[in-house]
Design a binder for this molecule. Structure first.
Ligand code: NAD
Length: 325
């Protein structure tokens, strides 16, 4: 039986990844600062611990592991990443987790390690035109991410690739593009646009205006978490190291995305564009490389994933209301 460690298993993608590995017959250890909020807790062993602490890392990164998935990071949506208020934490905490886990994995002779980078590492100058952003893997340099979160991801990508080069460890690096779905953060300040808009729409009354940050003409693509996990597993099983995009190519403006969610809700709602952090003007995954190297790329239509996510967030809100708000 293969043994895997999922770092960040208490988080959104980590929780789904644990379930996926379990369904494939793995023995799984999870580690995170916190248990999974939404009950994605199928790991055989779960360590509540801080990966900035080398003693926790020594205890959780053990010789018997076949694979490590390093997803732990201090992260959130635009309200967390683009205000500047959390920059020191983002850089320090995430870099320290990466430095500790990777070095320990290499010392303990773990064969393979996955690292989750982000599309936020792509240069801002290629993402100024909302209708025509460029995010092919080879467009990363000259580097100019628009956030410290992106710079940290770029540093850590390079860190992982140095270990690939200088030690025996097999490294896999993916750049995720806006992953969303059930069991993701939907409230509290760290939620990302899909969850935040689903929440606003679910809580709105007939005729309300939904507040959308910026002019809403900024574009993005969003990938349902199941396809993200599929991409992670395919990359891990391949002989390709990356970095490679794992994202959707179905680009949409944030206003149109909001209209889609309103339509799913069946409510008659309008949009009110307000000031707020928005990030780059346009971003879309470029899936040419993943299709070439893995013979696969995500294909589920956006609307299908949004329907499931909207349903789940509506249920969360109803449950919260039942429990007294
Ligand atoms: P998440 O915040 O739900 O999960 C990250 C987890 O890491 C959290 O549960 C957090 O508690 C844990 N963590 C943070 N610091 C830690 C520490 N010091 N020790 C132990 N655990 C710690 O985020 P997610 O959406 O599941 O993202 C997973 C990874 O994918 C992250 O590296 C993120 O940067 C990357 N990513 C996500 C997206 C996305 O759209 N969700 C996009 C690009 C990249």
């Amino acid at each position: 039986m293969k043994k895997a460690l999922v770092c960040g298993a208490g988080g959104f993608i980590g929780g789904h990844l644990v379930n996926r590995l379990k369904s494939e017959g793995y023995w799984v250890r999870g580690v995170d600062l916190k248990e999974n909020e939404y009950g994605n807790m199928s790991a055989d062993e779960f360590v509540v611990g801080d990966l900035r602490d080398i003693n926790v890392v020594r205890k959780t990164v053990t010789e018997d592991l076949d694979e490590i998935y390093q997803l732990a990071a201090d992260m959130g949506g635009a309200g967390f990443v683009f205000t500047g208020d959390n920059d020191a934490d983002i850089m320090h905490n995430s870099a320290l987790c990466n430095l500790n886990v990777l070095d320990e994995a290499s010392k303990k002779g773990v064969a393979k390690i996955f690292y989750s980078s982000s599309a936020c590492m792509y240069p801002e100058y290629n993402q100024l035109d909302p209708d025509n952003p460029k995010c092919s893997e080879d467009s990363a340099y000259p580097a100019a991410p628009d956030s410290e979160y992106g710079w940290e991801k770029l540093f850590s990508e390079r860190l992982f690739l140095t270990y690939q080069r200088n030690t025996g460890i097999d490294v896999k690096v993916a750049r995720f593009h806006n992953i969303f779905g059930p069991q993701g953060t939907w409230d509290g300040g760290r939620e990302k646009a899909p969850a935040a808009i689903c929440r606003k729409v679910a809580m709105a009354k007939e005729g309300d205006a939904i507040e959308v940050w910026g002019d809403g003409l900024q574009t993005r693509s969003f990938l349902i978490v199941d396809e993200c996990v599929e991409g992670i597993r395919r990359l891990m099983e391949s002989d390709f190291n990356g970095p490679v995009n794992i994202g959707s190519e179905e680009m949409i403006s944030i206003n149109d995305f909001t209209k889609m969610i309103a339509d799913i809700s069946g409510k008659d709602l309008s949009i009110k564009n307000i000031e707020g952090p928005t990030g780059v003007r346009g971003r879309n995954s470029d899936n040419a490389l993943i299709a070439e190297k893995l013979g696969w790329s995500p294909s589920e239509p956006l609307r299908k994933g949004v329907e499931r996510t909207f349903q789940w967030i509506s249920e969360q809100i109803a449950e919260r209301e039942r429990n007294g708000g």
